[in-house]
Design a binder for this molecule. Structure first.
Ligand code: NAP
Length: 516
């Protein structure tokens, strides 16, 4: 068993007090412990502000980008090891673990390129010089400058590698030192990742620190130049946002939370055709990948009523052919949920859906589990429901069931009805529209866009070209309004802006023109 240690003030520190056990969710065996009792948060913040921040701010964007490139290479080099810890501690299949680990390296590499493009500057200009007033003498301009605080990341259990890397890539490029706090239940991968970054001696002292184990009393110490980036449930987000010290100091808080993502099938799509095949492939993948524990997983499948029987039949066939069990067995395609609590919550959600809708596939605990001891492991689903009436539709929108569970919702084929159904999710990270009718697709896409952070359009020509909708891309924004938290990450330079401060400069035209 491994004792995971926080990395604070340039050293791996031994904690005091009672440690939390990290389990293998397929076997329920303890694989590691974590605890950050006794860690001096005040010293960690000071170290970041006084050492890490100035060291990063002294570098140009291109130099910071070089650091990100080295981080990507270090992660890629130890890829197999990180995948292994994810399988054992996260209950993730190898495919799911690769998605996390390769996503981490890929995102860092992408921001390394952006750093290179931003070049030798340390500020980012925002727009042109504007003349103010009637004369030509007074001018103004905007620019983004590095903040002088710390970026604190609070991450969810489902992406211990990518969750850190996607935040770190943007914050470090912005010149802000980071303190990462991964979810405790699956922290082993994050712990290993920290060790390999420290071993590779890539970042200046104070640019990176990590806290392992539940943390209390850190947010209360943050100040006006700091940023909190939170990913997790909306219930925890509420507590984080409501922290009086954050409110008092106006600390910037970015929240990525729950999401009832939708896949919408257009009425023109022919069963058996190319768009149909992509739709089925995407839905199955986005329901079962990482056992449905992805913020971008598909939760609602909106299908024209005339196509529902055929769609459900084919989805059930595909779901029924999957092997569920211990992901240590290489042919297993769906693993357990990460924790007992997740399993209890998902099974409760399934029971609620079962009472309100038709169960088309699955059970709260699958009958056949590969390589799993009787009664062991945190398994739930996969399950597919069909909501044929308002009771079922309302149940599907009550809350996010964070497991391999989706609900098919029949509709009349009208763009307006599909749009209305998607909007009922009250704010999503991603939704996908499958249709060969460009006008129909455009109507739904624009209708849902104010409610969805990223809208994917798929047609009959997309097969072999389109990426899975659940894949977050560094080039495009990730986040969503309302229930999804109202946050925004990634999106190229937009993600970097979150960790910088925008200032307006006003003064004599010649001075302003030469300022940056
Ligand atoms: P969670 O229970 O809300 O925990 C998230 C993080 O918050 C963990 O690191 C947790 O630490 C920490 N935390 C808990 N209570 C806290 C408090 N009072 N103050 C500060 N931090 C606190 O979420 P989860 O179960 O890990 O993740 C599942 C949820 O994340 C789902 O709802 C999913 O939709 C959402 N998610 C969203 C996105 C997105 O991009 N929108 C991505 C991934 C996941 P401990 O583990 O130590 O308790």
């Amino acid at each position: 068993m491994v004792t995971l240690t926080s990395y604070v003030c340039g050293a791996f520190s031994t904690a005091r007090g009672e440690a939390v056990a990290l389990l293998n969710p397929a076997t329920e065996e303890t694989v590691a412990t974590a605890n950050c009792g006794g860690v001096d948060f005040e010293a960690a913040l000071r170290f970041a502000r006084e050492k890490g921040g100035p060291a990063l701010r002294a570098l140009t964007f291109a130099q910071r980008g070089e650091l990100l490139g080295k981080m990507a290479a270090a992660i890629h080099e130890k890829r197999d090891e990180l995948i292994e810890t994810s399988v054992v501690n996260g209950g993730t299949t190898r495919g799911g673990a690769k998605f996390d680990v390769d996503g981490a390296a890929g995102t860092l590499a992408s921001y390394a390129e952006l750093g290179n493009k931003l070049g030798s500057a340390r500020e980012i200009q925002d727009g042109e010089v504007v003349l103010i007033g009637r004369g030509a003498k007074l001018a103004g301009r905007h620019a983004w400058l590095s903040r002088e605080g710390v970026a604190v990341f609070i991450n969810a259990f489902n992406f211990p590698a990518w969750g850190f890397a996607e935040k770190a890539a943007t914050a470090l490029l912005a010149g802000l030192p980071v303190i990462n706090k991964p979810a405790t239940a699956t922290a082993w991968t994050a712990a290993r990742l920290a060790e390999l970054l420290v071993e590779a001696a890539i970042l200046p002292a104070g640019a990176f620190q990590q806290l392992l184990g539940p943390v209390t009393g850190l947010l209360e110490r943050l100040g006006p130049q700091d940023v909190v980036a939170f990913t997790g449930s909306s219930a925890t987000a509420l507590a984080v946002r409501g922290t009086p010290a954050l409110l008092k100091s106006g600390v910037r808080v970015n929240v990525e939370a729950d999401s009832l993502n939708a896949a919408v099938l257009g009425p023109d799509v022919e069963p058996g055709g190319s768009a149909w095949t992509t739709f089925l492939r995407d839905v199955v993948r986005e329901v079962i990948e990482k056992s449905g524990q992805k913020c971008t997983a598909t939760r609602r499948v909106i299908v024209p009523a005339v196509l529902v029987e055929r769609a459900v039949e084919e989805l059930v066939d595909r779901l029924g052919a999957l092997k569920v069990g211990n992901p240590a067995s290489r042919d297993v395609e769906v693993g357990p949920l990460a924790t007992r609590q997740q399993m209890v919550d998902v099974q409760r959600g399934c029971a609620r859906m079962r009472a309100a809708a038709t169960t088309a596939f699955g059970r709260e605990r699958p009958e056949v589990l590969v390589d799993v001891a009787a009664g062991k492991g945190f398994f739930a689903g996969p399950m597919l429901f069909v909501a044929r009436d308002e009771k079922g539709i309302a149940a599907a929108h009550e809350d996010e069931i964070f497991g391999p569970i989706a609900t098919v919702i029949p509709y009349d084929g009208a763009a307006a009805t599909a749009t209305e159904l998607v909007r009922r999710g009250q704010g999503m990270l991603v939704s996908t529209v499958y249709s060969d009718d460009r006008d129909w697709s455009a109507s739904v896409a624009k209708g849902i866009a104010p409610w969805v952070g990223r809208v994917c359009l798929v047609d009959g020509r997309s097969e072999g070209v389109t990426l899975p909708p659940g894949m977050v891309l560094p080039e495009l924004v990730h986040g969503g309004p309302g229930r999804a938290g109202g946050g925004e990450e990634q999106g190229g330079v937009r993600g970097v802006h979150h960790y910088m401060a925008r200032a307006a400069f006003e003064g004599p035209r010649a001075t302003i023109e030469r300022l940056l």
